[in-house]
Ligand binder design. Structure first.
Ligand SMILES: *[C@@H]1O[C@H](CO)[C@@H](O)[C@H](O)[C@H]1NC(C)=O
Ligand SMILES: *[C@@H]1O[C@H](CO)[C@@H](O)[C@H](O)[C@H]1NC(C)=O
Ligand SMILES: *[C@@H]1O[C@H](CO)[C@@H](O)[C@H](O)[C@H]1NC(C)=O
Length: 280
């Protein structure tokens, strides 16, 4: 059987939301597997009946658990792309199409798609060559108490802004909610260079003056577009800080939570999609 267990979980996670997009997503394109099913659909079965629409939830356990990952979708923004992420899921084998075993999809994503983490190899060639991939990231940093803060809406994250936030020593994980969330930038298909992120001096201030080892932000990059690489270099230089990007911080208020963030164990990859949740 080709349905190896390690593949099943990520596939299931992704398949569920896609079924909902196909039926309940308004003007979003139908899942390719269903779009091709024209012959069957003409046998008198309405499209809506073929595809049950599971509720997509952002809160679980009465709101105690909040999902802060974005679900993958074709119109999710991607780095410097006008056209969004594009097709990421393809039904390679389908029951309706003669496979008597199972529906079986293939994934095609960049390692920096949607909610994801960056490993040191993302911007340092020597770290990449030495194998500092996402599988070397410390789960003890990716999981634990985290502070969600609102940053001033009129600036990028500079050294002054960082100082003004007065984040206490000892805080190791901080999620920075910015104007990006207010502007719903992760819901805009076109990549937007005017997103808010860290300026190089803001990143340097954080590294020099705080104990923060996990930095989370609400758009595709921790670095503001004009200082994107310099900010990444500062954060990843010592291999102590883990970057989590494109978080969905719409459904939470500032405060202290338990964060769980689990990237895939993609050997050799300098980034990986991640499922991140907050527990109140
Ligand atoms: C169905 O089978 C045809 C012929 O093998 C193939 O070209 C097509 O991609 C399949 N479609 C799906 C959705 O599996
Ligand atoms: C996927 O599998 C289900 C049965 O589990 C089947 O009813 C459905 O038609 C399949 N979908 C496609 C596109 O083949
Ligand atoms: C943040 O920086 C970007 C350029 O990287 C700029 O377009 C944007 O206007 C800045 N945002 C704010 C709130 O200053």
């Amino acid at each position: 059987m080709e349905l190896a267990a390690p593949l099943l979980l990520p596939l299931l996670l992704l398949l569920l939301p896609v079924a909902a997009v196909a039926s309940g997503g308004g003007d979003l394109p139908a899942h390719p597997g269903y779009a091709h099913g024209g012959e069957e659909a003409s046998c008198g079965v309405a499209e809506a009946e073929l595809v049950p629409a599971p509720e997509r939830r952002e809160e679980f356990d009465g709101g105690r658990i909040v999902d802060i990952s974005h679900y993958y979708r074709e119109d999710m923004p991607a780095w410097e792309s006008e056209a969004g992420s594009g097709e990421f899921l393809k039904l390679a084998r389908s029951m309706r199409n003669g496979s008597d075993i199972a529906n079986f999809s293939e994934l095609r994503l960049t390692a920096h798609s949607g909610t994801h983490v960056d490993a040191p190899g993302h911007v340092f060639e020597h770290y990449y060559d030495a194998g500092f991939d996402v599988d070397t990231l410390d789960l003890a940093v990716l999981n634990g108490p985290a502070l969600l803060v609102d940053v001033p809406r009129d600036k990028n994250i500079t050294a002054d802004v960082m100082a003004s936030l007065r984040i206490p020593k000892g805080v190791r994980r901080v999620l920075f909610r910015t104007l990006n969330t207010d502007r719903k930038l992760m819901w805009k298909k076109e990549f937007d260079t005017s997103y808010v992120g860290f300026m190089k001096d803001g990143a340097q201030w954080l590294v020099d003056n705080t104990d923060i080892k996990l930095v989370g932000v609400d758009y595709l990059s921790v670095g503001a577009f004009e200082e994107c690489i310099p900010a990444h270099l500062v954060f990843l230089e010592k291999r102590e800080v883990i970057l989590v990007e494109a978080l969905n911080l719409e459904h939470v208020t500032p405060g202290i939570y338990t964060l769980h963030c689990l990237p895939l164990r993609l050997r050799g990859a300098e980034g990986s999609p991640a499922r991140c949740i907050l527990i109140k």
